[in-house]
Design a protein around this ligand. Structure first.
Ligand code: RB5
Length: 146
């Protein structure tokens, strides 16, 4: 898969580890995040990854900031984006299976690197179940037109 990754200053090291992990798994990674440890603003990185996903330049996205929250809130402002913050592998599986999340997010200050790898793997290994979830996802995106 082709995967966009983005991060702010709080997650430079974790981004590097996760990028390496994704590449070891055989994925192509496009880095939209900062590699600078100086304080910066997470919304721009969330937006860049969100547009790459929404414009289908990549298959999905991974976003990391201190909590995973700010960067995912920003990404979710882009039409068509379903970015989900996860702190465990079960949620990471379910956000793909039920919500068909197209971006997974987590916090470098919340999860350790082993758990972060598990979260990413659980998300990538999961398959969207469709069926009853389809209508609910449609309802989410109808909100974008109101
Ligand atoms: C940066 O200090 C921090 O606010 C940011 O990484 C993130 O946690 C915001 O949601």
């Amino acid at each position: 898969m082709k995967i966009a990754i983005g991060n702010d200053h709080a997650a430079v090291e974790m981004k590097r580890e996760i990028q390496k992990y994704l590449e070891e798994l055989g994925h192509e990674v496009v880095n939209y995040g900062t590699d600078n440890f100086e304080s910066c603003s997470y919304p721009m990185y969330g937006e860049k990854v969100a547009h790459a996903v929404a414009d289908k330049e990549v298959d999905c996205g991974v976003l990391i900031c201190g909590t995973g929250v700010g960067i995912s809130i920003a990404a979710n402002k882009v039409r068509g984006i379903r970015a989900a913050v996860c702190s465990d592998a079960t949620t990471a599986h379910l956000v793909k299976a039920h919500n068909n999340a197209n971006i997974i997010a987590f916090g470098s200050r919340i999860v350790g690197i082993e758990l972060a790898r598990d979260i990413v793997k659980a998300y990538l290994d999961a398959e969207y179940e469709g069926g009853r979830h389809e209508k609910r996802i449609r309802m989410i995106h109808e909100i974008e037109d109101r």
